[in-house]
Every structure is written in structure tokens, then in C-alpha cells.
Design a protein around this ligand. Structure first.
Ligand code: SAM
Length: 305
């Protein structure tokens, strides 16, 4: 039984404040998860509607039971890459995405996301599709592993770690989070003053790769650029710098006039968004209440044409 306290939504007040919700507007929460932000949006709607989607089947069954008597919500299991096909005719007054993993996914050993809890090395946000982390680690070449660790984890010891993984798998199939964490700890022992566990970057990198997270984010941004109404706002919360950099760049590039054209007179500005604020971070109070929120960054844009 999934318990709601497994996931505390982050920056909820700030999201609601910046979405400028219209009582009769149409909204999309593309990462509805355990429905925290979706509930807050519904509280502001009167006769508007909310599409709540997520790729995780466990989240979807939870949402269906949480909102079973709510008429204004429609719930869909969908990845960002499917939104354009599923909702090709919909346009929204506001779109929210709170990307990454939920605390439920992270804390549930059966999902295999965390080196803190032993469980099958899975890491898929939708366990019904794709290759899990254990099979990928069994088959990938040393070079491929090292490049994933470097690209998605910015892990400086990527080559050493990849070599250790390939050595270890000659003797065992790496099937559990604990087995992988032990290989990593042996190769990169934890030093007294290390703030982060040596497995942090490797786990993050494999998770991003297995779930195709950056490619998915790119398609979400593309969807936003096509399906936000004029005057509508998009809020994106990300939890690590790779994602945040992508969001920042995309919003910036679509919010400013092409600098090569800026000196030409009488030329219309073709930017489609306006940046609403700088990066918004959780208050100290929120971080104290929910330490997981400390790395969250919210960015907001408004469609202007
Ligand atoms: C941080 S949680 C969101 C929690 C939610 N805002 C709440 O209040 O409960 C992130 C969610 O995004 C989902 N997610 C991540 N990447 C996705 C993608 N590419 N497509 C759809 N859902 C995705 C995950 O399955 C997870 O449930």
C-alpha cells in the first residue's frame, strides 16, 4: 500500500503563485506522481480541468484511487515523448513538470534506484518497458559504461569505475543495488570528508541513461513550445544541473530576440516566451522540513505569441 507521505511535493506555493491559475483554465501536470502538485492545482480550479500524466504505472494507480471522485481531472499513463501524440489537439493555460524520481521510487527497494537500500538493480520508472540497469550493465561495453558515467553523472573516475564493473561481472551478474554499491565502494572508497557517497554519481548516471531522461526532457520542452496557450505559463522543477541547464537554455533561447537581428530596425521580435523570473529555489524553511527539496530549481516562462 502506497502511503502519501512517501512524497512531499516541492516548491508548491511557488508553483501555484507562478502558474497564475485561471478558475476555468485547462492545465497539464506532466509528472503527477503522487498528486501533490495536482491537488494544489485542483484547489484553484472551479470549472477548469487538469490532465495528470506520469510514466510510472504505480503512480497512475495511486492517482486513480486518490482522485476517484474528482470530475475535473483526467489521468493518463504517458512519457513526455508520448504527449504530442496523445494530446495533439490540446492547448493549455499552464503546464507543470516536476522532473526526476519521486521519493516513493527512490525509497522503494524494489524499484532499484537507491544504493542506500538493497533491491533488484532495476531503475526503470516504468518497469513494464525497456531494459533494466542490471541487464544493461551485463551487456554494455566498458567504453559505453564509462561514457554514460561521464556524460550523465559527470563522474571524473568514470573510466576506473567502468573497468571495475567489467572486471566484477566476469565473476557475478550484478543484480542488486548492494552488489553495485559494493563494487563502487571498493574502487572508490569513501573518504572521511566526502560529502557524497561514492556511488551517488554512478547511480544518477545509470538512472538517467536507463530512463532516457535528457531526450525525454527535450521532447517535453518541444511539447511546451507547441501546446502552451498565449498568456499561459510553464513551470519546470529540476533536481540536477544537467536538466536545469537544458531548461534554462531552452527558455532563454526562446525568450530573446536573435542577437544577430537586434541591430536591424523595424524587425519584429520573434521570441515566443517571456522569462517570468530567475531560478526559484526552496526557502530554508522548506529545506528544513523536506531536505530532498534542497537541490530543486524552478524555472517559469510565459508564452507571449
Ligand atoms: C518528483 S516526482 C513528481 C511528484 C509530483 N509532483 C507530486 O506532487 O507527487 C517525478 C515524477 O516524474 C515522473 N517522470 C519522470 N520522467 C518522466 C517522463 N519522461 N515522462 C513521464 N513521467 C516522468 C516520475 O515517474 C515521477 O513520478
Amino acid at each position: 500500500m502506497i502511503n502519501e507521505s512517501f512524497h512531499i511535493p516541492v516548491l508548491t506555493e511557488e508553483v501555484i503563485q507562478h502558474l497564475l491559475i485561471r478558475r476555468n483554465g485547462n492545465y497539464l501536470d506532466a509528472t503527477s506522481g503522487f498528486g501533490g502538485h495536482s491537488s494544489a492545482i485542483l484547489e484553484q480550479l472551479v470549472d477548469g480541468s487538469l490532465v495528470a500524466s506520469d510514466q510510472d504505472p504505480e503512480a497512475i494507480s495511486y492517482l486513480k484511487s486518490k482522485f476517484k471522485s474528482e470530475q475535473r481531472i483526467s489521468i493518463h499513463q504517458a512519457r513526455f515523448s508520448q504527449l504530442d501524440k496523445l494530446f495533439s489537439t490540446n492547448n493549455y493555460d499552464g503546464i507543470l513538470a516536476d522532473i526526476g524520481v519521486s521519493s516513493y521510487q527512490l525509497n522503494n527497494p524494489k524499484r532499484g534506484f537507491s544504493f542506500m537500500k538493497d533491491g533488484p538493480l532495476d531503475m526503470r520508472m516504468n518497469q513494464n518497458i525497456g531494459e533494466d540497469a542490471s541487464s544493461w550493465l551485463s551487456n554494455a561495453s566498458e567504453k559505453e559504461i564509462s561514457s554514460v558515467l561521464w556524460k550523465y553523472g559527470e563522474e571524473k573516475k568514470a573510466k576506473r569505475i567502468a573497468k571495475a564493473i567489467v572486471e566484477a561481472r566476469k565473476n557475478i551478474k550484478i543484480e542488486s543495488t548492494k552488489e553495485l554499491a559494493e563494487i563502487l565502494l571498493e574502487e572508490v572508497p569513501r573518504r572521511f570528508n566526502d560529502k557524497k557517497h561514492p556511488a551517488t554519481k554512478t547511480f544518477q548516471a545509470i538512472r538517467i541513461f536507463i530512463n532516457n531522461e535528457l531526450e525525454e526532457l527535450e521532447l517535453l520542452l518541444d511539447f511546451i513550445s507547441k501546446h502552451l496557450k498565449i498568456g499561459g505559463r510553464a513551470c519546470i522543477i529540476s533536481f540536477h544541473s544537467l536538466e536545469d541547464r537544458m531548461v534554462k537554455r531552452f527558455f532563454r533561447d526562446h525568450s530573446r530576440r536573435d542577437p544577430r537581428l537586434s541591430k536591424l530596425p523595424n524587425l519584429a521580435d520573434d521570441s515566443s516566451f517571456k522569462l517570468v523570473s530567475k531560478a526559484i529555489k526552496p526557502s530554508d524553511e522548506e529545506i528544513n522540513l523536506n531536505p530532498r527539496s534542497r537541490s530543486a530549481v524552478l524555472r517559469v516562462v510565459e508564452r507571449i505569441k
